[in-house]
Design a protein around this ligand. Sequence first.
Ligand code: NOJ
Length: 523
Amino acid sequence: MGEWWRDGVIYQVYPRSFADSDGDGVGDLAGVLARLDHLVTLGVDALWLSPIQPSPMADFGYDVSDYCNVDPLFGTLADLDRLVAACHARGLRLVLDLVPNHSSDRHPWFLDSRGGRGASRRDWYLWRDPAPDGGPPNNWLSHFGGPAWTLDASSGQYYLHSFLPQQPDLNWRNPAVVAAMHGVLRFWLDRGVDGFRVDVIWLLVKDALFRDNPPEPGAAPDARPFARQRAVHTADQPETHAAIAGLRRVLDAYPGRMMVGEIYLPVERLVRYYGGALDECHLPFNFQLLLCAWDASAIAGVIREYEAALPAGAWPNWVLGNHDRPRVASRVGAGQARVAAMLLLTLRGTPTLYYGDELGLEDVAIPPERAQDPAGLREPGRGLGRDAVRTPMPWDASPGAGFTTGEPWLPLNADHASRNVAAHHAEPDSMLALHRRLLALRRATPALVRGTIEGVAAKDGVLRYVRSHDGRRVQVVLNLTATEREVGVAAGTILAATTAGRAGTVEGDVRLVAHEGLVVGVS
Ligand code: NOJ
């Protein structure tokens, strides 16, 4: 079995947008299954599927109305079983998204809970009396704009929702909720699922006293209201760790399973989510490359700080893109996107790759009438919509890009006739080819998988580090600028380059062209 989540590479699929088998314009499980060989030839090890459970889709699956089933839009439980088997037959692992912080407001648990103050599941959610003025119980705000409280007129109480009103927060202080969620984990683990990406795991428990959040002193006056508060009482509560350790105990009863937690926190607080005895998340997602400036010194600083903060025995991980953040190619530019891929796939730790980034897919302009994401629609004008990063995977140059025979739920990338899997497959220096080469090199090079990382440094816009294992050293030099640089390298052989035609041996001073990165096997 081994620890695949240490040695492997995770590939995130947003199921609505990967492959549509039935022409309704929305991706589905049969579509994913039909495209599984793309993951194999790409060279990744695990597939993480964003939520596939039944959902009214107020937040596109992050509002679950039945934790133990598959939404008909995506298929059936039998399709999921087939996908698990097909993944395993190809040596791939399957990781599901688990959304335990909140359910849909249509979940039977919430329908019961909102039945009245005496409802049997009243205490499964967070209900509070109004403030003396009749307004919300405290000043907590929703991540998606507006108050985090909605009044239920029939009972006269408010319920908490950290996100949409259609996503009521579960009460993780209630042992019945904890037990029910453990049952959900077992349901999927028994079906052979290899692990979970756990949604907003650092938000699970809220302040027992429901105290107001204080203002954020550093916030810009025009920042969105949510950013003008410090989430002192709504995030990263000490009790969260016990809740996560409980989830981990359930996983640990099954061999070879893993949990990766979604956590946006500064490094010193993030690494606590490994657990004091490494008994919480196998991997607390490390989003620093998504958030830091694209600058050699900044990234070197981030790597050093993260490596230094990791508890003994904790395994690192890195992320360049996900369904909530701008596409890496849009953020850093097409040239740097190749450098970014080399960085992600040569750093120490498990990489998570977002579907489409292997093609250099960019944020797609969404005409206002096609905007769908509630995060954008609820706070217009702030650029918060995430549709641009969730557009269909372009497979070929056909009208539906091989994604669908119907009308895609979000627009295709305008350049899909040339930026698609088939076109990149035929082109030896394409972004896809670069990813395949880097992933193959990584798989074949123990120094890149298990090696230490040393000599992390930045100078003149060039980032460098060395990975070592069993006396074998691999040096990485990355030009993060758009102009030429000269760098000194140890004598060795070029194992991979972001630029075409770069091969052979190097020694001493080497010229890097703009946006060039090299992986050098030190002689
Ligand atoms: C984090 C998810 O990544 C995001 O897509 C979702 O909207 C929120 N959690 C709420 O579940």
